[in-house]
Design a protein around this ligand. Sequence first.
Ligand SMILES: Cc1cc2nc3c(=O)[nH]c(=O)nc-3n(C[C@H](O)[C@H](O)[C@H](O)COP(=O)(O)OP(=O)(O)OC[C@H]3O[C@@H](n4cnc5c(N)ncnc54)[C@H](O)[C@@H]3O)c2cc1C
Length: 482
Amino acid sequence: MGLAEVDKLAEDLSLIVSKRYVCTHLFERIKSSIDTFPYEAEREGLPYAIVMPKSKHEISEILKYANRTKIPVFIRGSGTSFTGASRYRFPGIVISTHRMNQIEIYEEDGFFECEPGCICESVAREIEARGYFLPFAPGSRLIASMGGLIANNTSAHVVDASVGKPSDYVLGLEVVLPNGEIIETGTKGLRRPAGTDLTKLFVGGDGLFGVVTKIRMRLAPAFEKAFGVAIYSDLKSLAKGVQRLYRERRPLPLFMEFMEEETAAIGYKIKGLQIPRGSIVLFVSIGNSKREASERANQILSSLIAEHPIDAQEIKDIELWEKLWSSREVIGSYLMQESGNQWSSAEVVSNLKRLEECMEDARFFNRGLPVLSQLKLYLFGHIGGLTMHPGVVIPKEWDNEKKKKAIDEKFQREAELNLKYHTCGGEWGQFAKRTPFFIQRYGEESYEIVKKMKSTFDPNNILNPGILEGPFQPYNSTGGIK
Ligand SMILES: Cc1cc2nc3c(=O)[nH]c(=O)nc-3n(C[C@H](O)[C@H](O)[C@H](O)COP(=O)(O)OP(=O)(O)OC[C@H]3O[C@@H](n4cnc5c(N)ncnc54)[C@H](O)[C@@H]3O)c2cc1C
């Protein structure tokens, strides 16, 4: 598209949202097309324009316009996706949801409704202040949008088997379909629909089937909490302790994180804690009263203790707990800030039976990989959910091609391991860089079904093209999409 055509596009879009909310500055175009990957934006993927609508009607009009003109549209929350879903490979219109940031709490009805541009942390604060709990706890909670979280149905730190997935709390949605039609799904009651419920397609829908413009979630009462820590001299015993929790039918914790010894040492040092002599497990148990939460913490501890940790105890000193917990939270950002380089991790998920073996594989995640094996590996994760995040810090002085190779190797090894354990990621979405994994894991037939679903909703492939196709869809130099 030439300059004159971009001007015309901006003019057309200004008739839908006001001129003030249409941007074609180069800086904004670059900023709105990059994500967490360490390599630079590519010219072919730079959007023509960024629009910042305020309502579903404006989004609907933009999508109708895009269908008429066959210009791709990309929905953007905060652009923090880890799978490449927010790294566009085609030029088009980026719809930023950040102005759609209203939240309404309906305590009498037992739910809240929010717009997709609301930031996770603000929603959590608003509902926590009234005694409720938000079932999202990603490391990106200060920045990730509710629309992005819903599109991924991410469990993040939350142990699925303890309180369920976010989708279990979503009562209904308002969605603008790729053709511009606006639909409502679900219910305003607290009983979620039996049978076919389109809500399920959009929550965890990878942004393929429509733009979520309103999210209705059940107000779940907050829990009382108790905290615990265990230190193991080896990862095998740590894994066995976690397996015991499930096998001994313990009340599962809300969160259970782990850090391998060397990684833990970094976090502990930053927080001024005495360096541990082993790998760490940190957990949050829940109950209806402090006493119940503490009793449950002790039940969890009894399983962990059976595998002979160096130390295991309930933590009652809240200040100490906050230091311990944040020692896990700060690692990625500390490593990046220290070197100015870019953090990158994978999502390796074990099945219960082979957790020990999977942890060993995660510990040597980069072994034998031409580019990634040049880097030091750090290991931590949401071990209560049997998830490990082996990660590396990618040097900023590496050239773009080498950085890309590193990311490709990461997804390739992640796929190998999740295939080996017959699992899948539970946090970051199924497609984009993960499309090859989806096909290997579930077969061509399953992939064809999703493609057909996509074309039923979006016959012109207008919305978020490239995510479903993943690395298989080449850039079409005419500027359009195949
Ligand atoms: C420091 C850091 C820590 C992180 N920690 C975690 C973690 O612990 N767990 C975890 O799961 N992830 C984590 N992430 C990844 C990321 O924050 C999540 O994947 C988050 O869900 C993405 O939200 P976003 O607003 O940035 O979405 P974006 O990146 O903007 O979008 C992600 C996808 O959702 C789609 N989408 C966005 N809004 C809508 C909408 N309204 N309707 C339909 N589709 C939409 C987009 O088109 C895209 O496909 C982390 C990222 C960072 C940078």
